[in-house]
Design a protein around this ligand. Sequence first.
Ligand code: IMP
Ligand code: MG
Length: 184
Amino acid sequence: MPETDLTLARTGGRALTRIVYSAEQIAERVREMGRQIADELPADEPVLVLGLLKGSFIFLSDLVREITRPLQVDFLVASSYGSGTTSSGEVKLLYDPNAEFRGRHVIVVEDIVDSGTTLNRLLPMLEERGPRSLEVCTLLHKHIAANLVKEPRWVGFDAPHEFLIGYGLDHSEDFRNLPFIGSL
Ligand code: IMP
Ligand code: MG
């Protein structure tokens, strides 16, 4: 699909207004991030890459192929209590891996950090499991969150304060399959 053809990016009356990051820009940045992560992790120590579903599924699958060192992958499904766009600040784990954290460098992979609620609730829970280290890698960071318990160590792009879709990011479950990231 040519990226200028935005008709695919029209669903349920919502249409894309502009492309923010093209598939090529994303691929280049993900390659750089993978290289950086591989360089910064201690060699010969076990690494667990933990993808936060669903939003990170495309980013994670591209990213791990650019981290050229042994690692393992698991997933976590977290959901905010409450409905709609207002988060009550509670995070419930819908799927929790039984992967061992002790002795391992754990990298949490997020699609986007917005208010920071998800990470602020999740990271202390994961820290309790005693990982050797716990770091966050996010593709997008809106830099809105005022009091993040931990700043992501690896950030793909400093994102505009707009609602972004595509490359895994959804609006009411639509648009995840777009190969680029756009603004609604
Ligand atoms: P936070 O807890 O407010 O930081 O939000 C994190 C989650 O909200 C992300 O993992 C996304 O699933 C979702 N989210 C936040 N901003 C956007 C956006 O612009 N587009 C799509 N999803 C978003
Ligand atoms: Mg989402």
